[in-house]
Write a protein that binds this ligand. Sequence first.
Ligand code: C5P
Length: 224
Amino acid sequence: MSIIIAIDGYSSTGKSTTAKAVAKALGYVYIDTGAMYRAVTYLALEKGYASTSGIDVKSLMKSLRKSEIKFVYNPELGFSEIYLDGKNIENEIRGIEIANWVSEVAKQPEVRTYLVDLQRKMGKDKGIVMDGRDIGTTVFPNAELKIFMTASEQVRAQRRYKELQAKGDKASFDEVLANIQHRDHIDTTRKESPLKKADDAIVIDNTNLTIEEQVQKILAMVKS
Ligand code: C5P
């Protein structure tokens, strides 16, 4: 029987890496909802709808409704990549600029309603692993398995810093740490479906776990 696996948690807890590996092992579809919020942020910045005076939500929603966000499976990588209006934007959305804006965009109720609806449609055929901040609480409250991932702030910032460095991003460690703290703050305090553990989610603190150990833990839960 195929199920829905919801993986939520704080920024940079390795949700995506773990979710991808779990999906691969089970032959499930992986959906990265953070990439969807990042894609909307990319659209907002590209169109000039995000500035220090705020987000022009009305114009952004008008553009978003005309745009197409989709995931396309890349057989060489073994997982799906995000496309906005036919363009692969995986690289563009992972830098610090998008990271600095994304939580502001993601806290807009109109943006959330629109993306949650899209996520539910994407996950309607079971056999999915979806990661984000509100999957177990809002998108799929009836998901059969819910995981809530956490790790110490320093460890998370160190992991993300290394990832960005490998991509040639010049962000400093302090900037990465501040970004993680900033995003977690906005995500946990926003009005619309704030980041929180679902009552029936299982917590995995991976401060001292390898990716492989986390993946095995989750696979064991699926089998039991
Ligand atoms: O998972 P990732 O770090 O790529 O997500 C980027 C941002 O998108 C998060 O910091 C959060 O503000 C937002 N997000 C969200 N709800 C989700 C997934 C991501 O608000 N389901």
